[in-house]
Ligand binder design. Structure first.
Ligand code: C2O
Ligand code: CU
Length: 485
């Protein structure tokens, strides 16, 4: 298991005395300390990496600084982050800091918040690490291909008072569609993936490798930061008898709790921070199994206990993280919007379309129709609209600093991880039942036909993307813009 981390040699740290006002203009931290400027450089370019065991050969990928995942960017809460992105690809790119409440111009959305970074050009992103937690970075341009070929990495913002553990692990999960010679299948964006549950692959990696086992010690406490970087695969991890405790979702602290139905569920782009007490016997093994898709369970990785125990019983250290400086929604004075997601295979719009022209050979039959819809009006819709070009009129406009409630309905037959940029939102209810762990998220997984209510204070001005993070759904129309002004 190998996860590259930038070392002192590859970045410079400068300490600068900032007034809290200068560093954290809108979202001020309680603690006005001297912050550091942390400088990083990431070059996106083609490379090769060993995703699968040697015997299959290595895989041509696109990577940041030559590794998949890209280097872990690790800073302290309150630091200011400078990242120079060097585009060594043969196409335009941008970088989005998923889940981080950056100023709008630093959000990395092409044609909305910035001009794309041309091949051979650089762009410098600069923002404050306002909220502690587990985040990640990835391109926001031609994402099905760019993320799907390996461009992504973890962004960890450390708490000033982290929970006490013996060891911390980051697992960046990904799912690849590989051919027999370990190459990435180049059927990106095919109509079947667009209309169904996205590009589900055949090879799952942890930190860019098909994992074998991870060494653990009886009695140790691990903080596991899980990041789902897959285009489309949803994970539902079963940690057997380990009784994991969820302490944060999408970077934001929650009331520590056991995962629902015993499965740690992560849609694409979602993060879960877990506390794992290794309660097994020295010398034994335990398998982590993914059970999300019924009938397609598989062993993700084994945890292998060393012969010597670290301690006899699990420690009783506190599990609670301190809250981030998020504004609490004022539900008594909220602006409410209904948002309905539609489309996809078995969705009403597509079926009507196909019913009307099925058997019409002149139009190229069913596949031809799908292609037309894909390139023309889209396959997935938000409030009846599919985004198919660069220019997007806002789906909603929300007055700055107001509380906005989105009452969302998934009217499709598919799961969708719904992501809002620039804000974290409270998940208030699912199918009318209030949530119970003070969930703050930036990406919420909606089951088929599910209704989910979220609320946020629109305190970050600008045009923000709101989209499904199954990247094929996003590409086929399932995105819009929420304007905070
Ligand atoms: Cu992780 Cu709009 O993206
Ligand atoms: Cu979707």
């Amino acid at each position: 298991m190998y996860l590259p981390t930038l070392t002192r040699r590859t970045f410079l740290t400068r300490t600068a005395a900032f007034s809290a006002g200068a560093v954290l203009p809108v979202l001020g931290l309680r603690n006005a300390q001297a912050a550091s400027i942390r400088e990083f450089r990431l070059k996106a370019s083609p490379g090769r990496t060993q995703l699968v065991p040697d015997t299959y050969g290595n895989t041509p990928v696109w990577a940041y600084n030559g590794t998949v995942p890209g280097p872990a960017i690790r800073v302290r809460q309150g630091d200011r982050i400078h990242v120079v992105i060097d585009n060594g690809l043969e196409e335009e790119t941008t970088v989005h800091w998923h889940g981080v409440r950056t100023p709008n111009a630093m959000d990395g959305v092409p044609h909305l918040t910035q001009t794309p970074i041309a091949p051979g050009e650089t762009f410098t992103y600069e923002f404050d690490a306002v909220d502690a937690g587990t985040y990640w970075y990835h391109p926001h341009l031609n994402s099905t291909v760019q993320v799907g070929r390996g461009l992504y990495g973890p962004l960890i913002i450390e708490e000033s008072e982290p929970v006490r553990v013996d060891r911390e692990l980051i697992w960046v999960l990904d799912d690849w569609r590989l051919t027999g010679d370990a190459a990435i299948s180049d059927d990106f964006g095919n109509p079947h993936d667009l209309m169904h549950n996205g590009r589900i692959g055949n090879t799952v990696t942890v930190n860019g490798r098909v994992p074998e086992s991870i060494a653990v010690r009886a009695g140790e406490r691990i903080r596991l930061r899980l990041i789902n970087a897959a285009n489309a695969r949803i994970f539902g991890l079963d940690f057997a008898n380990l009784e994991p405790v969820v302490i944060a979702l999408d970077g934001q602290p929650v009331t520590p709790h056991a995962p629902a139905n015993g499965l740690v569920t992560l849609g694409p782009a979602m993060r879960v921070d877990l506390i794992l007490d290794m309660t097994g016997r020295p010398g034994s093994r335990v398998s982590v199994v993914d059970r999300f898709y019924k009938g397609q369970e598989y062993r993700l990785v084994d945890l292998a206990y060393a012969e010597a125990a670290l301690r006899k019983a699990a420690p009783d250290w506190p599990l609670e993280l301190q809250d981030n400086p998020l504004a609490e929604p004022d539900l008594g004075d909220a602006i409410r919007h209904e948002v309905t997601f539609n489309g996809g295979m078995m969705g009403q719009m597509i079926m009507a379309e196909m019913g009307g022209s099925m058997g019409n050979e002149a139009s190229g039959g069913m596949m031809g129709n799908m292609m037309n819809m894909m390139h023309g009006r889209g396959i997935w819709f938000i409030n009846g609209k599919a985004a198919t070009g660069h220019v997007m009129d806002p789906l909603l406009t929300v007055p700055r600093d107001s509380t906005c409630v989105l009452a969302m309905t998934n009217a499709t037959a598919w799961h969708h991880p719904i992501h809002l940029h620039g804000h974290s939102f409270r998940v208030l209810s699912r199918n009318g039942l209030p949530t119970t762990h003070r969930e703050w998220q930036d990406t919420v997984l909606m089951a088929p036909r599910e209704k989910v209510e979220i609320a946020f204070v629109a305190d970050n001005p600008g045009d923000w993307m709101f989209h499904c993070h199954i990247l094929e759904h996003q590409a086929a129309g399932m995105m819009g813009v929420i304007r905070v002004s």
